[in-house]
Design a protein around this ligand. Sequence first.
Ligand SMILES: [Zn+2]
Length: 315
Amino acid sequence: MMYAIGVDLGGTKTAAGVVSAAGEVLFTEAIPTLNRAGGGAILDTTAVLVSGLRERAAAEGMSIGRVGIGSAGVIDAGRGVVISATDAILGWAGTELTGGLAARLGLDPQAVRAVNDVHAHALGEAWAGAAAGRASALLVAFGTGVGGSFVLGGQPVLGHRFVGGHVGHFASPYAFHEGAPVPCVCGGAGHVEAIASGPAIRGTYLRLGGTADAPDARAVFALAGANDATAIKAVGIGAGAAGQAVGGLANILDPEVVVVSGGLSDAGAPWWRPMERALRAELLPALADIPVLPAKLGNAAAMIGAARLVLTSPS
Ligand SMILES: [Zn+2]
């Protein structure tokens, strides 16, 4: 059996694990991401994390020379370089991710590959999760942000400039308040993410006049569960916007299955039911039977998908 190390490098946490060619996670470790310290420091600590896992694996008779990375930011998957990133990780843009990590680990640069973390997440679900065995899958994640990936024939469609999958940034008819488009974190306005993300649900609750102490979306969900009418409306608007957006994407892409993931989908029926209702209302008649599935791999999805990047490539 072949093994690889998959790394899920996020804004606050970096998790890594040993993954088999069958998609099983053998063991994992995690460290805080040094998100104020710059790319070099992050690569240093990530290399220590990966080395520890390689040693653990070696002690059990596994020699692992391949590392796949799913990273926050826009990643040039050809050169293994971070093209751009938000302030969640200061100094991340410009980092030579695969080359820098390979050099620190003494590995062949060809043995280390990287994609954006949402693409890794989708690849994990398409390979070993909710969309396993399917010819194509559209995965959309709703959490702090909104992201997605269309996986076709086992490969995430990255786009010509590696920006593909930014499914939170197109117009949503829900993203208006008193006739004006709601500002979006990307600098635009009226986008799906501006109304359907977790922070957006809290924003809607406040705009609708919600007065209870609600520091985040989780608090709004709790209020909705306690029959607060404003909170129920805010969750319904966010879920409806999410579902309509995914339905429209399904009309465009016609994937074999749709997988919905992220922190909001983890909230279960209060979010999922209005989301799926809006999604199905948006579908063209020929897509009426499309399966809409919750993700299966949880937090391990990006790690598993990252490992898949190097479990399929020739060494
Ligand atoms: Zn936007």
